[in-house]
Write a protein that binds this ligand. Sequence first.
Ligand SMILES: O=C(O)CCC(=O)C(=O)O
Length: 298
Amino acid sequence: MKLKMAHQELELGGKYLGNLRDANALLHDSSELRERMDEDGYLLLRGLHKAENVTAVRDMLLENLDANEQIDRAFPVEEGVMKAGGRGAFLGGSKTLTRDQRFLDLVESPQIMDFFANFLRSDVLTFDYKWLRVVAPGDFTGAHYDIVYMGRGTHNLYTCWTPITDVSYDMGPLAILVGSHRGEGYERVRATYGQMDVDRDHVTGSFSNDPVEMVEKFGGQWQTTEFQRGDALIFGMYTMHGSINNTSSRFRLSCDTRYQRADDPADERWIGDNPPAHYAWTQGETIPMEEARKSWQV
Ligand SMILES: O=C(O)CCC(=O)C(=O)O
């Protein structure tokens, strides 16, 4: 099976694209989970969230999209088929949606907070700002490290990517570039791009839209999977990731939220009742990533 990633088609099971492995068998032992994170740069945990919490958020979002005339009513609303002329949306920080109790019950649940408390051996906090995405047919996310967006506090910070609908291959699941968090080929990428801060440096954020070039030049393999409601994909700040293209007719709904030890410094852009968020990124003159990469020689 071929999956589209940015502007390329990759054979699933070939050199460039494989399948993520789940870490559920390690859930009883946090040191094994930490070792796996060190080794793979991610943890795929099937059924970490309660499915009913995910369903409640899915229904809330679909109702919202339907009220905004984004849903094709020729199909059941639950299928989330985009209406002709509809479009995706980045709803990160939305006060109505990401502060809704149903959303918080999913991303601040005892299941996820206890998981991180155990994994980090500490009390934990989650950023008040939450990233929520409605990814439309045709859309994808380019390859990036999260550190360039949220690196002002501890780097012992983790993203939890949560699919809110089931996400089949054609709906554009997240993909991890396995090997990118510690592979030798990435040393220079970590030392240059990985030191960047989008609000300070005024550079576009995605490192590449060429998944094949990345594997050829720096090593590793892209890996993805199909997701069911309840699954969670957790990864660190230096794990390169992006998404498969959404080639279906349906919206792919997902959120990504951040967790760290409570006694570590937190990036102030994402904390508080009114987090400042990105205050300078893409405002005014912005250096294209291709130009920045030339100057870093990567
Ligand atoms: O959902 C996506 O397409 C992007 C998510 C992402 O970049 C992240 O979780 O850090």
